[in-house]
Ligand binder design. Structure first.
Ligand code: HEM
Length: 222
């Protein structure tokens, strides 16, 4: 097996999943169900009544910046972008970081109302701390010209762009597949998504991104 070919195939598959999901999220939240009626119908915590209008506005901002992070982040893993369009890579990288910050800020607003109550608001808030921290580490690595480590930490960061997709996939398996209540399935979905994305990122870092990027070489590290 040619490792470069495999890595190119994996990248193309990731791009297709990402593009399909971004289109789906935009369609679902801005065209199909802009009032999030279906999602909000599962919220039944009397102590935390959702202020629907404000929640919806925050959710729209969350979704828009999440999509920007997903698209921009994916583009920056392209070797072509990295080698030929360095200035774009840099600017796009800062847009990615800013988008991650907006996604966690908006997530911080929505977390207390999360379906499942404390059981899900706690992991969401932990991720609101861990995800930006990982992203900042990735930036610090490139400030020290450690390209190899920068790419590995960005892979760890980018993995969490798939949080929403993974939550809904796991929740669908447990709800529609195993017949568990929606709320239980959603709670399991949140924990499973976070853990599996951590693992998936480590697998990518230790296999696909084990070696430094081609023709770049790590200047100071190793
Ligand atoms: C980057 C890709 C992401 C996308 C496309 C996305 C999209 C969405 C959407 C559409 C919703 C509305 C409810 C739904 O349909 O699920 C939502 C809710 C939410 N998202 Fe995200 N999200 C992303 C990442 C994240 C991350 C990384 C976090 C945590 C750090 C997060 C935290 C939340 C929270 C707390 C809610 C409210 C959940 C609830 O009310 O139960 N999201 N997100």
């Amino acid at each position: 097996m040619n490792p470069r070919k495999t890595s190119r195939r994996l990248y193309s598959s990731m791009l297709m999943v990402m593009a399909g999901f971004v289109l789906y999220v935009l369609y679902a939240n801005f065209i199909h169900d802009p009032q999030a009626g279906e999602f909000l119908s599962h919220k039944e915590n009397p102590k935390r009544t959702v202020p629907v209008s404000a929640w919806l506005n925050v959710m729209y901002v969350h979704v828009i910046f999440a999509c920007i992070a997903m698209v921009g982040g994916a583009m920056n893993f392209s070797n072509t972008v990295l080698q030929k369009y360095r200035r774009f890579h840099r600017a796009n990288g800062y847009v990615y970081v800013a988008s991650v910050m907006v996604v966690v800020l908006t997530s911080g607003y929505m977390a207390p109302y999360a379906t499942g109550g404390k059981l899900t608001s706690v992991p969401f808030n932990l991720l609101n701390i861990i995800w930006p921290a990982i992203t900042v580490i990735a930036i610090l690595k490139i400030k020290k010209k450690q390209i190899h480590q920068h790419r590995q930490w960005m892979a760890r960061s980018y993995a969490f762009c798939f949080t929403n997709l993974f939550i809904h996939l796991f929740a669908a398996v447990f709800h529609s597949g195993f017949g568990l209540a929606y709320k239980t399935s959603y709670v399991i979905g949140v924990y499973s998504a976070i853990l599996s994305l951590f693992l998936l990122a480590e697998i990518v870092v230790r296999t696909v991104f084990r070696e430094p990027p081609p023709q770049l070489g790590d200047v100071t590290a190793r």
